[in-house]
Design a protein around this ligand. Structure first.
Ligand code: NAX
Ligand code: K
Length: 481
Protein backbone atom coordinates (compact mmCIF):
# COMPACT_ATOMS: atom_id res chain seq x y z
CA UNK A 1 0.00 0.00 0.00
CA UNK A 2 1.44 3.39 -0.94
CA UNK A 3 1.53 6.23 1.55
CA UNK A 4 -1.16 8.01 -0.44
CA UNK A 5 -3.54 5.14 0.02
CA UNK A 6 -2.89 4.90 3.75
CA UNK A 7 -3.65 8.61 4.12
CA UNK A 8 -0.42 9.63 5.84
CA UNK A 9 0.31 12.12 3.08
CA UNK A 10 -2.57 14.29 4.30
CA UNK A 11 -0.40 15.42 7.21
CA UNK A 12 1.96 17.16 4.78
CA UNK A 13 -0.75 18.63 2.53
CA UNK A 14 -0.29 22.27 1.54
CA UNK A 15 -3.68 23.92 1.21
CA UNK A 16 -4.43 26.27 -1.65
CA UNK A 17 -6.95 29.08 -1.17
CA UNK A 18 -9.38 27.02 -3.29
CA UNK A 19 -8.93 24.08 -0.91
CA UNK A 20 -9.77 26.23 2.12
CA UNK A 21 -12.74 27.87 0.40
CA UNK A 22 -14.11 24.42 -0.44
CA UNK A 23 -13.46 23.35 3.12
CA UNK A 24 -15.25 26.44 4.47
CA UNK A 25 -18.29 25.58 2.35
CA UNK A 26 -18.26 21.96 3.60
CA UNK A 27 -18.20 23.06 7.20
CA UNK A 28 -20.40 26.14 6.89
CA UNK A 29 -22.53 25.07 9.86
CA UNK A 30 -19.55 24.76 12.21
CA UNK A 31 -17.52 27.71 10.88
CA UNK A 32 -18.17 29.88 13.99
CA UNK A 33 -16.73 27.08 16.13
CA UNK A 34 -13.76 26.69 13.78
CA UNK A 35 -13.01 30.42 13.91
CA UNK A 36 -13.31 30.41 17.68
CA UNK A 37 -10.81 27.56 17.82
CA UNK A 38 -8.52 29.26 15.30
CA UNK A 39 -8.32 32.41 17.44
CA UNK A 40 -7.86 30.40 20.61
CA UNK A 41 -5.06 28.31 19.05
CA UNK A 42 -3.32 31.48 17.84
CA UNK A 43 -3.48 32.90 21.38
CA UNK A 44 -2.22 29.61 22.85
CA UNK A 45 0.69 29.36 20.43
CA UNK A 46 1.68 32.95 21.18
CA UNK A 47 1.54 32.17 24.91
CA UNK A 48 3.80 29.16 24.32
CA UNK A 49 6.40 31.27 22.53
CA UNK A 50 6.29 34.61 24.35
CA UNK A 51 6.01 36.03 27.88
CA UNK A 52 3.03 38.38 28.46
CA UNK A 53 3.63 41.73 26.76
CA UNK A 54 1.75 44.66 25.16
CA UNK A 55 -0.08 43.20 22.18
CA UNK A 56 -1.73 45.03 19.31
CA UNK A 57 -3.98 42.97 17.04
CA UNK A 58 -4.37 44.46 13.56
CA UNK A 59 -7.65 43.23 12.09
CA UNK A 60 -8.95 43.27 8.52
CA UNK A 61 -12.50 42.96 7.20
CA UNK A 62 -12.57 39.22 6.41
CA UNK A 63 -12.23 35.94 8.26
CA UNK A 64 -8.55 36.55 8.94
CA UNK A 65 -9.65 39.61 10.90
CA UNK A 66 -12.29 37.44 12.61
CA UNK A 67 -9.54 35.14 13.88
CA UNK A 68 -7.72 38.23 15.15
CA UNK A 69 -10.67 39.46 17.26
CA UNK A 70 -10.96 36.00 18.85
CA UNK A 71 -7.21 35.83 19.59
CA UNK A 72 -7.41 39.30 21.16
CA UNK A 73 -10.27 38.16 23.43
CA UNK A 74 -8.38 35.07 24.65
CA UNK A 75 -5.11 36.88 25.34
CA UNK A 76 -6.99 39.60 27.16
CA UNK A 77 -8.91 37.05 29.28
CA UNK A 78 -5.52 35.60 30.28
CA UNK A 79 -4.47 39.01 31.56
CA UNK A 80 -2.32 40.24 28.65
CA UNK A 81 -2.61 43.98 27.83
CA UNK A 82 -4.27 43.88 24.38
CA UNK A 83 -5.71 46.48 22.00
CA UNK A 84 -7.16 46.08 18.52
CA UNK A 85 -6.55 48.34 15.52
CA UNK A 86 -9.07 47.82 12.73
CA UNK A 87 -7.87 48.47 9.19
CA UNK A 88 -11.42 48.09 7.93
CA UNK A 89 -14.46 46.91 9.86
CA UNK A 90 -16.06 43.59 8.86
CA UNK A 91 -19.25 43.56 6.81
CA UNK A 92 -22.28 43.79 9.10
CA UNK A 93 -23.71 40.38 9.92
CA UNK A 94 -20.61 38.48 8.74
CA UNK A 95 -18.88 35.95 10.93
CA UNK A 96 -15.97 38.32 11.45
CA UNK A 97 -18.49 41.00 12.49
CA UNK A 98 -19.90 38.65 15.14
CA UNK A 99 -16.41 38.10 16.52
CA UNK A 100 -15.62 41.82 16.40
CA UNK A 101 -18.74 42.56 18.45
CA UNK A 102 -17.57 40.18 21.14
CA UNK A 103 -14.35 42.18 21.54
CA UNK A 104 -14.96 44.55 24.46
CA UNK A 105 -11.40 45.76 24.96
CA UNK A 106 -9.51 48.82 23.76
CA UNK A 107 -9.66 49.95 20.11
CA UNK A 108 -6.88 52.19 18.78
CA UNK A 109 -6.37 53.88 15.39
CA UNK A 110 -4.71 51.86 12.62
CA UNK A 111 -1.59 54.03 12.47
CA UNK A 112 2.17 53.24 12.51
CA UNK A 113 2.63 55.03 15.87
CA UNK A 114 0.40 52.44 17.58
CA UNK A 115 2.26 49.55 15.93
CA UNK A 116 5.55 51.03 17.10
CA UNK A 117 4.43 51.18 20.75
CA UNK A 118 3.37 47.52 20.95
CA UNK A 119 5.79 44.77 21.97
CA UNK A 120 4.04 42.33 19.67
CA UNK A 121 1.78 43.00 16.70
CA UNK A 122 -0.57 40.29 15.47
CA UNK A 123 -1.23 40.51 11.75
CA UNK A 124 -4.86 39.55 11.12
CA UNK A 125 -5.44 42.00 8.27
CA UNK A 126 -5.52 39.70 5.22
CA UNK A 127 -5.40 35.93 4.87
CA UNK A 128 -4.00 33.46 2.39
CA UNK A 129 -6.43 34.18 -0.44
CA UNK A 130 -5.34 37.78 -0.95
CA UNK A 131 -4.71 38.52 -4.61
CA UNK A 132 -4.52 42.32 -4.73
CA UNK A 133 -1.69 44.65 -3.89
CA UNK A 134 -1.27 45.46 -0.24
CA UNK A 135 -2.66 48.92 0.61
CA UNK A 136 0.07 51.41 1.47
CA UNK A 137 -1.44 52.10 4.89
CA UNK A 138 -0.96 48.44 5.78
CA UNK A 139 2.63 48.46 4.50
CA UNK A 140 3.46 51.52 6.62
CA UNK A 141 1.70 50.11 9.69
CA UNK A 142 3.71 46.86 9.76
CA UNK A 143 6.96 48.57 8.79
CA UNK A 144 6.74 50.39 12.16
CA UNK A 145 6.15 47.19 14.16
CA UNK A 146 8.88 45.43 16.14
CA UNK A 147 7.85 41.81 16.38
CA UNK A 148 5.04 40.50 14.17
CA UNK A 149 3.08 37.25 14.38
CA UNK A 150 0.99 36.58 11.29
CA UNK A 151 -2.26 34.68 11.46
CA UNK A 152 -2.22 32.19 8.62
CA UNK A 153 0.11 34.24 6.36
CA UNK A 154 1.71 37.69 6.50
CA UNK A 155 -0.73 40.15 4.87
CA UNK A 156 0.38 40.59 1.29
CA UNK A 157 1.60 37.02 0.80
CA UNK A 158 -0.21 35.03 -1.85
CA UNK A 159 -0.70 31.69 -0.10
CA UNK A 160 -0.99 29.80 -3.37
CA UNK A 161 2.26 30.90 -4.96
CA UNK A 162 4.54 32.57 -2.42
CA UNK A 163 4.34 35.83 -4.40
CA UNK A 164 4.52 38.96 -2.27
CA UNK A 165 2.15 41.74 -3.24
CA UNK A 166 3.81 44.88 -1.86
CA UNK A 167 6.33 45.85 0.80
CA UNK A 168 5.75 43.16 3.40
CA UNK A 169 7.70 43.43 6.65
CA UNK A 170 9.16 40.04 7.62
CA UNK A 171 7.37 38.32 10.48
CA UNK A 172 8.82 36.60 13.51
CA UNK A 173 6.31 33.77 13.29
CA UNK A 174 3.42 32.71 11.09
CA UNK A 175 0.66 30.53 12.48
CA UNK A 176 -0.72 28.45 9.62
CA UNK A 177 -4.30 27.38 10.17
CA UNK A 178 -4.99 23.64 9.73
CA UNK A 179 -2.07 23.11 7.33
CA UNK A 180 0.65 25.23 5.75
CA UNK A 181 -0.01 26.89 2.39
CA UNK A 182 2.36 26.54 -0.59
CA UNK A 183 3.26 30.21 -0.02
CA UNK A 184 4.83 29.38 3.35
CA UNK A 185 7.47 27.30 1.55
CA UNK A 186 7.87 29.02 -1.80
CA UNK A 187 10.23 31.94 -2.30
CA UNK A 188 9.99 34.86 -1.84
CA UNK A 189 7.11 34.26 0.62
CA UNK A 190 9.14 31.81 2.61
CA UNK A 191 11.65 34.52 3.54
CA UNK A 192 9.03 36.74 5.20
CA UNK A 193 7.09 34.12 7.19
CA UNK A 194 9.60 33.58 10.00
CA UNK A 195 9.06 30.33 11.88
CA UNK A 196 5.93 28.62 10.57
CA UNK A 197 3.86 26.68 13.10
CA UNK A 198 0.58 24.91 12.36
CA UNK A 199 -2.53 25.34 14.48
CA UNK A 200 -4.63 22.21 14.68
CA UNK A 201 -8.26 23.27 14.32
CA UNK A 202 -9.65 19.77 14.98
CA UNK A 203 -11.36 19.65 11.60
CA UNK A 204 -13.65 16.60 11.30
CA UNK A 205 -11.75 13.74 9.68
CA UNK A 206 -14.49 13.18 7.12
CA UNK A 207 -13.93 16.70 5.77
CA UNK A 208 -10.16 16.29 5.65
CA UNK A 209 -10.50 12.94 3.86
CA UNK A 210 -12.64 14.56 1.16
CA UNK A 211 -9.93 17.09 0.32
CA UNK A 212 -8.54 16.67 -3.18
CA UNK A 213 -5.05 17.86 -2.23
CA UNK A 214 -2.58 18.29 -5.12
CA UNK A 215 0.37 19.96 -3.35
CA UNK A 216 2.42 18.62 -0.45
CA UNK A 217 5.52 19.46 1.51
CA UNK A 218 8.03 16.86 0.37
CA UNK A 219 8.77 14.22 2.97
CA UNK A 220 8.76 10.50 3.69
CA UNK A 221 4.97 10.29 3.99
CA UNK A 222 4.72 10.80 0.21
CA UNK A 223 6.63 7.71 -0.92
CA UNK A 224 7.94 4.30 0.13
CA UNK A 225 11.54 3.51 -0.70
CA UNK A 226 12.17 -0.25 -0.98
CA UNK A 227 13.96 -1.62 2.08
CA UNK A 228 16.55 -4.41 2.19
CA UNK A 229 15.23 -7.96 2.12
CA UNK A 230 16.78 -11.38 2.68
CA UNK A 231 16.29 -12.35 -0.96
CA UNK A 232 17.89 -9.19 -2.39
CA UNK A 233 20.19 -9.53 -5.37
CA UNK A 234 21.78 -6.87 -7.50
CA UNK A 235 19.18 -6.98 -10.26
CA UNK A 236 16.36 -6.73 -7.73
CA UNK A 237 17.97 -3.67 -6.19
CA UNK A 238 18.18 -2.17 -9.64
CA UNK A 239 20.59 -1.52 -12.48
CA UNK A 240 21.53 2.05 -13.35
CA UNK A 241 23.35 2.98 -16.55
CA UNK A 242 25.00 6.32 -17.11
CA UNK A 243 26.12 7.92 -20.35
CA UNK A 244 29.55 9.49 -19.87
CA UNK A 245 31.03 12.11 -22.19
CA UNK A 246 34.46 12.46 -23.76
CA UNK A 247 35.41 15.66 -21.93
CA UNK A 248 33.66 16.30 -18.59
CA UNK A 249 34.19 13.05 -16.73
CA UNK A 250 33.44 14.39 -13.26
CA UNK A 251 29.73 14.95 -13.82
CA UNK A 252 28.95 11.39 -14.94
CA UNK A 253 31.17 10.04 -12.16
CA UNK A 254 29.22 12.02 -9.55
CA UNK A 255 25.96 10.49 -10.81
CA UNK A 256 27.66 7.08 -10.88
CA UNK A 257 28.93 7.28 -7.28
CA UNK A 258 25.63 8.65 -6.03
CA UNK A 259 23.66 5.75 -7.52
CA UNK A 260 26.12 3.24 -6.04
CA UNK A 261 26.17 4.76 -2.58
CA UNK A 262 22.40 5.10 -2.29
CA UNK A 263 21.94 1.38 -2.85
CA UNK A 264 21.61 0.60 -6.58
CA UNK A 265 22.51 -3.05 -7.19
CA UNK A 266 24.69 -2.42 -10.24
CA UNK A 267 25.83 0.81 -11.86
CA UNK A 268 27.51 0.96 -15.27
CA UNK A 269 29.05 3.75 -17.27
CA UNK A 270 28.86 3.77 -21.06
CA UNK A 271 31.53 6.08 -22.45
CA UNK A 272 33.46 6.82 -25.67
CA UNK A 273 36.32 4.31 -25.97
CA UNK A 274 39.11 6.91 -25.97
CA UNK A 275 37.85 8.27 -22.65
CA UNK A 276 37.47 4.88 -20.93
CA UNK A 277 40.91 4.87 -19.30
CA UNK A 278 40.28 8.21 -17.63
CA UNK A 279 37.01 6.94 -16.15
CA UNK A 280 38.69 3.75 -14.95
CA UNK A 281 41.54 5.66 -13.34
CA UNK A 282 39.17 8.12 -11.69
CA UNK A 283 37.06 5.38 -10.20
CA UNK A 284 38.63 1.92 -10.10
CA UNK A 285 35.27 0.51 -8.92
CA UNK A 286 33.54 1.65 -12.09
CA UNK A 287 32.25 -0.81 -14.65
CA UNK A 288 33.08 1.08 -17.81
CA UNK A 289 31.59 -0.06 -21.12
CA UNK A 290 32.90 1.14 -24.43
CA UNK A 291 30.63 -0.86 -26.68
CA UNK A 292 28.28 1.18 -28.92
CA UNK A 293 25.11 2.31 -27.19
CA UNK A 294 22.95 0.17 -29.53
CA UNK A 295 24.81 -2.87 -28.22
CA UNK A 296 24.39 -1.88 -24.57
CA UNK A 297 20.67 -1.41 -25.16
CA UNK A 298 20.31 -5.07 -26.14
CA UNK A 299 20.57 -5.85 -22.42
CA UNK A 300 16.98 -5.49 -21.24
CA UNK A 301 18.09 -5.38 -17.63
CA UNK A 302 19.61 -1.98 -18.29
CA UNK A 303 16.29 -0.18 -18.31
CA UNK A 304 17.17 2.99 -16.37
CA UNK A 305 19.61 5.54 -17.79
CA UNK A 306 21.03 8.89 -16.78
CA UNK A 307 21.64 11.07 -19.82
CA UNK A 308 23.13 14.53 -19.65
CA UNK A 309 25.68 15.08 -16.87
CA UNK A 310 28.98 15.77 -18.60
CA UNK A 311 27.60 15.41 -22.12
CA UNK A 312 28.16 17.94 -24.89
CA UNK A 313 25.35 18.85 -27.28
CA UNK A 314 26.53 16.39 -29.90
CA UNK A 315 26.86 13.59 -27.39
CA UNK A 316 23.36 14.26 -26.09
CA UNK A 317 22.05 14.15 -29.63
CA UNK A 318 23.77 10.80 -30.21
CA UNK A 319 22.42 9.21 -27.03
CA UNK A 320 19.07 10.54 -25.84
CA UNK A 321 17.00 9.70 -28.97
CA UNK A 322 18.46 6.18 -28.98
CA UNK A 323 17.59 5.61 -25.33
CA UNK A 324 14.04 6.84 -25.88
CA UNK A 325 13.61 4.79 -29.05
CA UNK A 326 14.61 1.73 -27.06
CA UNK A 327 11.89 2.55 -24.50
CA UNK A 328 14.27 3.11 -21.62
CA UNK A 329 13.46 5.10 -18.49
CA UNK A 330 15.65 8.17 -18.76
CA UNK A 331 16.66 10.84 -16.27
CA UNK A 332 17.62 13.83 -18.45
CA UNK A 333 19.80 16.57 -17.04
CA UNK A 334 22.47 19.13 -17.98
CA UNK A 335 23.76 18.47 -21.54
CA UNK A 336 20.54 16.70 -22.56
CA UNK A 337 18.49 19.71 -21.46
CA UNK A 338 20.79 22.17 -23.25
CA UNK A 339 20.50 20.10 -26.42
CA UNK A 340 16.69 20.04 -26.14
CA UNK A 341 16.39 23.85 -25.80
CA UNK A 342 14.32 25.09 -28.73
CA UNK A 343 13.00 21.59 -29.44
CA UNK A 344 11.50 20.67 -26.09
CA UNK A 345 9.34 17.94 -27.62
CA UNK A 346 12.57 15.95 -28.06
CA UNK A 347 12.25 15.24 -24.33
CA UNK A 348 8.92 13.46 -24.73
CA UNK A 349 9.26 9.96 -23.35
CA UNK A 350 11.85 10.97 -20.73
CA UNK A 351 10.79 9.85 -17.23
CA UNK A 352 12.29 12.71 -15.21
CA UNK A 353 13.95 16.00 -16.15
CA UNK A 354 15.94 17.96 -13.57
CA UNK A 355 16.31 21.57 -14.77
CA UNK A 356 17.40 24.53 -12.66
CA UNK A 357 15.59 27.78 -13.41
CA UNK A 358 17.97 28.78 -16.24
CA UNK A 359 17.56 25.44 -18.03
CA UNK A 360 13.83 25.54 -17.40
CA UNK A 361 13.47 28.97 -19.05
CA UNK A 362 15.51 27.83 -22.04
CA UNK A 363 13.16 24.87 -22.46
CA UNK A 364 9.78 26.41 -21.65
CA UNK A 365 10.31 30.16 -22.08
CA UNK A 366 10.46 32.94 -19.53
CA UNK A 367 8.38 32.48 -16.44
CA UNK A 368 4.89 33.94 -16.53
CA UNK A 369 3.05 33.40 -13.27
CA UNK A 370 4.24 31.18 -10.48
CA UNK A 371 7.02 28.58 -10.57
CA UNK A 372 4.58 26.05 -9.17
CA UNK A 373 2.12 26.51 -12.04
CA UNK A 374 4.95 26.59 -14.58
CA UNK A 375 6.44 23.32 -13.31
CA UNK A 376 3.01 21.70 -13.33
CA UNK A 377 2.30 22.90 -16.89
CA UNK A 378 5.69 21.69 -18.12
CA UNK A 379 5.11 18.24 -16.58
CA UNK A 380 1.71 17.97 -18.25
CA UNK A 381 3.01 19.24 -21.60
CA UNK A 382 5.84 16.68 -21.77
CA UNK A 383 4.08 13.94 -19.80
CA UNK A 384 7.26 13.86 -17.70
CA UNK A 385 8.11 14.39 -14.07
CA UNK A 386 9.80 17.78 -13.66
CA UNK A 387 12.23 18.48 -10.84
CA UNK A 388 12.54 22.27 -10.91
CA UNK A 389 15.63 22.82 -8.78
CA UNK A 390 16.19 25.74 -6.43
CA UNK A 391 16.15 26.60 -2.73
CA UNK A 392 12.53 25.41 -2.86
CA UNK A 393 12.72 22.53 -5.32
CA UNK A 394 9.44 21.52 -6.96
CA UNK A 395 8.67 18.00 -8.08
CA UNK A 396 5.73 18.11 -10.50
CA UNK A 397 3.90 15.14 -12.01
CA UNK A 398 1.94 15.21 -15.28
CA UNK A 399 -1.28 14.55 -13.32
CA UNK A 400 -0.88 17.83 -11.38
CA UNK A 401 0.68 16.56 -8.15
CA UNK A 402 3.46 18.77 -6.82
CA UNK A 403 5.81 18.17 -3.90
CA UNK A 404 7.56 21.27 -2.55
CA UNK A 405 10.93 20.44 -1.04
CA UNK A 406 12.56 22.66 1.54
CA UNK A 407 14.46 19.78 3.14
CA UNK A 408 17.81 21.00 1.90
CA UNK A 409 20.72 23.27 2.74
CA UNK A 410 22.43 26.15 0.94
CA UNK A 411 25.60 24.07 1.32
CA UNK A 412 24.34 22.10 -1.71
CA UNK A 413 24.83 25.11 -3.98
CA UNK A 414 28.01 23.67 -5.52
CA UNK A 415 28.77 22.37 -9.00
CA UNK A 416 28.25 18.63 -9.11
CA UNK A 417 25.43 18.48 -6.55
CA UNK A 418 22.93 18.30 -9.42
CA UNK A 419 24.77 15.34 -10.97
CA UNK A 420 24.49 13.55 -7.63
CA UNK A 421 20.73 14.17 -7.70
CA UNK A 422 20.39 12.62 -11.16
CA UNK A 423 22.13 9.49 -9.92
CA UNK A 424 19.77 9.27 -6.96
CA UNK A 425 16.64 9.62 -9.11
CA UNK A 426 17.92 6.86 -11.39
CA UNK A 427 18.70 4.57 -8.45
CA UNK A 428 15.17 4.91 -7.09
CA UNK A 429 13.62 4.39 -10.53
CA UNK A 430 15.75 1.28 -10.94
CA UNK A 431 14.54 0.07 -7.54
CA UNK A 432 11.02 0.07 -9.00
CA UNK A 433 9.58 3.31 -7.62
CA UNK A 434 7.10 5.25 -9.79
CA UNK A 435 8.70 8.32 -11.38
CA UNK A 436 7.15 11.08 -9.23
CA UNK A 437 7.80 9.19 -6.01
CA UNK A 438 11.37 8.34 -7.09
CA UNK A 439 12.02 11.99 -7.93
CA UNK A 440 10.54 13.32 -4.68
CA UNK A 441 12.41 10.76 -2.59
CA UNK A 442 15.68 11.53 -4.38
CA UNK A 443 15.33 15.26 -3.74
CA UNK A 444 14.63 14.64 -0.06
CA UNK A 445 17.51 12.15 0.35
CA UNK A 446 19.82 14.62 -1.45
CA UNK A 447 18.79 17.33 1.05
CA UNK A 448 19.19 14.99 4.01
CA UNK A 449 22.67 13.91 2.90
CA UNK A 450 23.53 17.57 2.29
CA UNK A 451 22.45 18.54 5.80
CA UNK A 452 24.41 15.68 7.35
CA UNK A 453 27.55 16.50 5.35
CA UNK A 454 27.20 20.23 6.03
CA UNK A 455 26.99 19.61 9.75
CA UNK A 456 30.31 17.78 9.68
CA UNK A 457 32.04 20.38 7.53
CA UNK A 458 30.59 23.60 8.92
CA UNK A 459 28.58 24.08 5.75
CA UNK A 460 31.42 23.94 3.25
CA UNK A 461 31.00 20.72 1.34
CA UNK A 462 32.01 19.24 -2.00
CA UNK A 463 29.74 16.76 -3.80
CA UNK A 464 31.98 13.85 -2.75
CA UNK A 465 31.03 14.55 0.88
CA UNK A 466 27.50 13.45 0.09
CA UNK A 467 28.38 9.89 -0.89
CA UNK A 468 29.03 8.47 2.55
CA UNK A 469 25.91 10.15 3.96
CA UNK A 470 23.59 8.56 1.39
CA UNK A 471 23.05 5.23 3.17
CA UNK A 472 21.89 6.91 6.37
CA UNK A 473 19.92 9.50 4.40
CA UNK A 474 18.08 6.70 2.59
CA UNK A 475 17.38 5.02 5.92
CA UNK A 476 15.96 8.29 7.31
CA UNK A 477 13.69 8.49 4.27
CA UNK A 478 11.84 5.29 5.04
CA UNK A 479 8.12 5.92 5.40
CA UNK A 480 7.28 6.38 9.10
CA UNK A 481 5.16 3.59 10.58
N1 NAX B 1 -10.71 26.81 6.47
C1 NAX B 1 -9.81 27.65 6.90
O1 NAX B 1 -8.67 27.57 6.48
C2 NAX B 1 -10.16 28.70 7.87
C3 NAX B 1 -9.75 30.00 7.62
N2 NAX B 1 -9.93 30.99 8.49
C4 NAX B 1 -9.40 32.33 8.20
O2 NAX B 1 -9.98 32.85 7.06
C5 NAX B 1 -8.98 33.51 6.31
C6 NAX B 1 -9.45 33.74 4.92
O3 NAX B 1 -10.56 34.57 5.07
P1 NAX B 1 -11.17 35.45 3.89
O4 NAX B 1 -11.37 34.59 2.72
O5 NAX B 1 -12.33 36.15 4.47
O6 NAX B 1 -9.99 36.44 3.51
P2 NAX B 1 -9.41 37.73 4.26
O7 NAX B 1 -9.54 37.64 5.71
O8 NAX B 1 -8.11 37.97 3.68
O9 NAX B 1 -10.40 38.89 3.82
C7 NAX B 1 -10.73 39.14 2.53
C8 NAX B 1 -11.41 40.50 2.52
O10 NAX B 1 -10.43 41.50 2.41
C9 NAX B 1 -10.65 42.29 1.25
N3 NAX B 1 -9.36 42.56 0.63
C10 NAX B 1 -8.47 41.66 0.15
N4 NAX B 1 -7.39 42.28 -0.34
C11 NAX B 1 -7.59 43.60 -0.13
C12 NAX B 1 -6.81 44.76 -0.43
N5 NAX B 1 -5.61 44.67 -1.02
N6 NAX B 1 -7.31 45.96 -0.09
C13 NAX B 1 -8.49 46.05 0.52
N7 NAX B 1 -9.27 44.99 0.81
C14 NAX B 1 -8.83 43.79 0.48
C15 NAX B 1 -11.52 41.42 0.35
O11 NAX B 1 -12.32 42.19 -0.48
C16 NAX B 1 -12.35 40.67 1.36
O12 NAX B 1 -13.43 41.45 1.78
C17 NAX B 1 -7.79 32.61 6.49
O13 NAX B 1 -6.58 33.21 6.13
C18 NAX B 1 -7.91 32.32 7.95
O14 NAX B 1 -7.28 33.32 8.72
C19 NAX B 1 -10.42 30.73 9.84
O15 NAX B 1 -11.26 31.75 10.26
C20 NAX B 1 -11.13 29.45 10.02
C21 NAX B 1 -10.90 28.34 9.07
K1 K C 1 -2.56 37.72 8.18
Amino acid sequence: MSCFQCGKALASALLSPEDTQRMDREMASILPMVMERAGMMVARLIRQHRRPCRVLVACGPGNNGGDGYVAARYLSEWGWPVSVASFQLPREGSLADQMARRWKGAMVPFVPEEAQQADLVIDAVFGAGMNRDLPEAVERFFAAAGQIVAIDVPSGLDGATGAVRGQVTPCWMSIALIRKRPGHLLSPGREICGEVVCADLAIPEAIMAEMDVRVWENGPSLWSIPVQAADDHKYKRGVVSICGGAEMHGAALFAFEAARHVGAGLVRLTVPSDAALLYRLASPAAIVDTQPLEQALKDERRHVWVCGPGLGMEEAEQTLPLLLKAGRQVVADAGALSWAAGKTEALKGVSVITPHMGEFSRLFGDLTGSRLDAARRAAAELDTVVILKGADTLIAAPDGRVAVNVHATPALAVAGAGDVLSGLVAAFLAAGMPAWEAAAAAVWVHGEAGQRAAEKKAGWIVPEDLFYELGRARQAASCPA
